[in-house]
Design a protein around this ligand. Structure first.
Ligand code: UT7
Length: 379
């Protein structure tokens, strides 16, 4: 029997701290008028020292699980799309899996910059359709504020922090994710990048890492306006639909002018697009699920709608998918369900704590099981 991948839960989390354009003008030579007219951004959220990509991802994931009304123990796979993980490894997804108590789940991170969420949704959809997983938690989470150069007015005004999550579940009922397009053009890799540890440096081992975002804004702008309309059309056609069938387009929120250009390119009214860049700036892989959550909350995304998610970013990468939004908002959790959920999460914390303790005690008591052979000494 054919399996279909349906989106059954969604949730978001953003830091409390708001940074307005006026706040930014105290850090770099900029002003509210320039930022608003050139980008559409009015404010963004910035993580405090206690908030991390992982903590935001956990919060968004827990909300999505509540909406889907499933327990963490039912999750088979956790995928986190991020460019701002705290660790090269372990994956943020593993930390989320542990924290929420998804004890039967596999977990990995996916790197496709701002297109990451669309890519991750595609991977989740394939896993569900082939039967290798039935319930997948897909998260886009970022603390971009830790990647920007706060002295570079060309980039620091754009980005913000946040996370969004979807639950994708298998079903025999037709619908859900209808089509998915993923594209990349690595020849544009030098227009938007952040260096990492694997890059050889002239100074040899341990040179100072410059991990701030480099961006050729104009070039990225040109690329984005070129591909947004084209890939949206591709995804719609691949789903056997026309643009007239689409009720709402939820794009990556990078610049309001890019979204307006896409609307013109598609000959569609701007009202068909979900735009909330004014509140959060560009939250990279988190921007699409955050925009979806707000669209659902505002009643702009309704049950039975046909929706397109479309993203683009470093790589260069871009992608889009058409979805039959057949998720009906579930009834609120009963008291019993709320208690079960809290107990499961509490137990997950306790189990994780105990496992860490046991691992430490074991390594003290047993040491290394294999005796380490000393290398032969030269005579
Ligand atoms: O997730 C994907 C990643 N990124 C993107 O999608 C970004 C795509 N690019 C963009 O959104 C736009 O190119 C920017 C918003 C980054 C820049 O807007 P622009 O309209 O391309 O401005 P510009 O770079 O051409 O700069 C115009 C002027 C320049 O001054 P002069 O040379 O005309 O005197 C800049 O120095 O604006 C100046 N400028 C600023 N002024 C005040 C540049 N940044 C600022 C600033 N505040 N923050």
């Amino acid at each position: 029997m054919t399996r279909y991948a349906h989106i059954t839960g969604w949730g978001m989390a953003v830091p409390e701290r708001v940074m307005t354009n006026d706040d930014l003008s105290k850090l770099v030579d900029t002003n509210d008028e320039w930022i608003r007219t050139r980008t559409g951004i009015k404010e963004r959220r910035i993580a405090d020292v206690k908030e991390t990509t992982t903590s935001l991802a956990i919060e968004a994931a827990q909300r999505a699980l509540e909406v889907a009304n499933i327990l963490p123990s039912e999750v088979d796979l956790v995928i986190v799309a991020t460019s701002s993980a705290e660790y090269i490894f372990p994956a943020t997804a593993s930390l989320v899996q542990d924290a929420i108590g998804a004890e039967k789940a596999g977990a990995f991170d996916l790197y496709a910059a701002c297109t990451g969420f669309v890519y991750a949704l595609n991977v989740a959809s394939q896993a569900v359709r082939t039967g290798s997983a039935n319930t997948v938690l897909v998260i886009g989470a970022e603390t971009m504020s830790r990647l920007v150069d706060w002295k570079d007015r060309g980039t620091c005004i754009l980005f913000g922090d946040g996370a969004g999550a979807f639950v994708v579940q298998g079903s025999d009922t037709a619908g859900g994710i209808l089509s998915s397009i993923m594209r990349s053009d690595g020849s544009g890799g030098d227009t938007l990048y952040v260096e990492s540890y694997g890059r050889p440096r002239a100074s040899g081992v341990g040179g100072l890492l410059n991990y701030a975002i480099y961006m050729d804004g104009k070039e990225v702008f040109r690329f984005a306006t070129r591909i947004m309309a084209a890939v949206t059309k591709e995804a719609v056609a691949a789903a056997g639909l026309t643009l007239q069938d689409i009720n709402i387009i939820i794009p990556h929120q990078a610049n309001r002018r890019i979204i307006e250009a896409a609307a013109r390119g598609l000959n569609q009214p701007e009202q068909k697009f979900m735009i909330n860049i004014e509140k959060y700036g560009n939250t990279s892989s988190a921007s699409i699920p955050i925009a979806e959550c707000e669209a659902a909350e505002r009643g702009k995304l309704k049950p039975n709608d046909r929706v397109v998610f479309v993203g683009f970013g470093a790589g260069l990468t871009w992608g889009a998918m058409a979805v039959h939004w057949d998720a009906t908002p579930p009834p609120p959790l009963t008291t019993w369900q709320q208690i079960t959920r809290r107990v499961q999460v509490g137990l997950a914390h306790a189990r994780s704590y105990v496992r860490r303790g046991v691992r430490k005690v074991e390594s003290r008591l047993l040491g290394s099981e294999e005796p380490i052979e000393k290398p032969p000494t030269k005579k």
